[in-house]
Design a protein around this ligand. Structure first.
Ligand SMILES: *[C@@H]1O[C@H](CO)[C@@H](O)[C@H](O)[C@H]1NC(C)=O
Ligand SMILES: *[C@@H]1O[C@H](CO)[C@@H](O)[C@H](O)[C@H]1NC(C)=O
Ligand SMILES: *[C@@H]1O[C@H](CO)[C@@H](O)[C@H](O)[C@H]1NC(C)=O
Ligand SMILES: *[C@@H]1O[C@H](CO)[C@@H](O)[C@H](O)[C@H]1NC(C)=O
Ligand SMILES: *[C@@H]1O[C@H](CO)[C@@H](O)[C@H](O)[C@H]1NC(C)=O
Length: 315
C-alpha cells in the first residue's frame, strides 16, 4: 500500500512537467504545430490561455484582443515572432515584452494604440521588424522608445497620429534600412528641422518617400518631409519674420534709451562734481576772477597787435 501511493503523484507531476516542456497543450480553437500557434480570426477578446511554453511563432491577428498580459507572454521565452495585427490593443506598457527578449518580428499594426511607454521595447535588442502602422490614436512616441532596439531594419509608422518625431529617437539605429512615414499629420515647424535633416543625411530607403508629407503649417502643406529640410532651415535659421523685426526694433529702442539715460547721468554727475569742486576751492575765487581779467586784457592786447600787423601800410 505505501509503495503504490508513492509513484502516483510523482508520475502526475512528471507528465505535467513534460506537458509544459513539450507543449502538448494548445489553446481552444487554435492550431498548434511545430512550435507555431495559429489563433487567426477566432473573435478572441483576450489573450488565450494554455499556450504551449515552447512556442516560437504566435499568430493572434484578426481578433478583438484589448491587451497583452506581460505575465503570460513572459512565459514564452523562445518567442521570436508575434503577430497581433488587427486587434484592439490600446496600450503597450514598460513590462509588456519584458520576458520575450528573443523577439525578432513584432506586428502591432491596425490596433487602437494610444500610448507606448518609453521602455516598452527596451529588452528587444534582437527585434528586426516592427510594425506600428494604422494606429490613428497614437499621437506621440517618446524619444527613448527605440533606444535599445539596435537590430531594427524595418520600421513601419504609417497612418498614425504622429505629428513629430525627435531626431534622437532614430539616429542610433545603424542598421535601419526601411522607414515608412506616410499617412501621418506631420507638423513641419522649427522643432521638426532636426528630424528633417536626419532624413536627408541618412541613407534610408523611404519606400513611401513622396507620400510622407507635411500637414502643417499651411505654407509647407504637401511638401514631402524628406525634402522639407531646406525650406525649414530658411524659415527657422536665416529668415526673419515680422515678430523678429519688432523684436529688433525694441532692442534698438532700448539701447537708444539706455544711451540717453547714461549720457544724462554723466552730465548730471559732471555738473555736481564741478559744483562740489568749485565750493571746495571757494578761496581761490578771487584769483580766478583776476586771472579772467588778465586773459581778457591779453586777448585785447593781441587783437590790437594783430590790427597793427595786418594793416601796417595803412598807418
Ligand atoms: C505593416 O502592417 C500593414 C498592415 O496593417 C501592412 O500593410 C504593412 O506592409 C506592414 N509593414 C511592414 C513593414 O511589414
Ligand atoms: C479606440 O480608442 C479610442 C480612444 O481611447 C476610443 O475612443 C475608441 O472607442 C477605441 N475604438 C475601438 C474600436 O476600440
Ligand atoms: C537599454 O538596455 C540597458 C541594458 O540592457 C538598460 O540598462 C537600459 O535601461 C535600456 N535603456 C532603455 C532606454 O530602454
Ligand atoms: C512644433 O509642434 C510640436 C507638435 O505639436 C510641438 O510640440 C512643438 O512645441 C512645436 N514647436 C515649435 C517651435 O513651435
Ligand atoms: C502614394 O500614394 C498614392 C495615392 O494614395 C498611391 O497610389 C501610391 O502607391 C503611393 N506611393 C507610395 C510609394 O507609397
Amino acid at each position: 500500500m505505501p509503495l503504490t501511493s508513492g509513484p502516483g503523484p510523482r508520475l502526475l507531476l512528471f507528465s505535467f512537467g513534460m506537458g509544459l516542456v513539450s507543449g502538448s497543450k494548445c489553446p481552444n480553437n487554435c492550431l498548434c504545430q511545430d512550435q507555431e500557434v495559429f489563433c487567426i480570426g477566432k473573435q478572441l477578446t483576450e489573450y488565450p490561455s494554455d499556450m504551449p511554453l515552447n512556442t516560437r511563432r504566435l499568430y493572434l491577428k484578426d481578433n478583438r484582443i484589448t491587451s497583452l498580459p506581460a505575465m503570460q507572454l513572459g512565459l514564452l521565452s523562445d518567442l521570436v515572432y508575434l503577430d497581433c495585427h488587427n486587434n484592439r490593443i490600446q496600450e503597450v506598457m514598460d513590462y509588456t515584452f519584458i520576458g520575450v527578449f528573443k523577439l525578432i518580428y513584432l506586428d502591432l499594426s491596425s490596433n487602437n494604440l494610444t500610448s507606448i511607454s518609453p521602455f516598452s521595447f527596451s529588452v528587444l535588442s534582437n527585434l528586426v521588424r516592427l510594425n506600428i502602422s494604422n494606429n490613428p490614436h497614437l499621437l506621440s512616441l517618446d524619444k527613448y522608445t527605440f533606444s535599445n532596439t539596435t537590430s531594427l531594419r524595418f520600421l513601419d509608422l504609417r497612418n498614425t497620429g504622429l505629428q513629430t518625431l525627435d531626431s534622437d529617437s532614430l539616429h542610433h539605429l545603424l542598421v535601419l534600412q526601411t522607414l515608412y512615414l506616410s499617412g501621418n499629420p506631420w507638423k513641419c515647424n522649427c522643432s521638426f528641422l532636426d528630424f528633417a535633416i536626419y532624413l536627408i543625411m541618412t541613407h534610408l530607403e523611404h519606400s513611401d518617400g513622396q507620400n510622407a508629407t507635411c500637414m502643417e503649417p499651411e505654407e509647407l502643406m504637401g511638401w514631402p518631409i524628406k525634402q522639407v529640410g531646406n525650406p525649414l532651415q530658411y524659415m527657422c535659421i536665416t529668415h526673419l519674420d515680422h515678430k523678429d523685426y519688432i523684436f529688433l526694433l525694441l532692442i534698438g529702442f532700448c539701447i537708444f534709451a539706455a544711451g540717453t539715460v547714461a549720457a544724462w547721468l554723466t552730465g548730471v554727475c559732471a555738473v555736481l562734481y564741478q559744483n562740489a569742486h568749485r565750493k571746495s576751492n571757494g578761496d581761490d575765487a578771487e584769483d580766478e576772477a583776476g586771472h579772467r581779467v588778465y586773459v581778457t586784457r591779453q586777448i585785447f592786447r593781441s587783437t590790437t597787435n594783430l590790427d597793427q600787423s595786418r594793416f601796417p601800410q595803412l598807418m
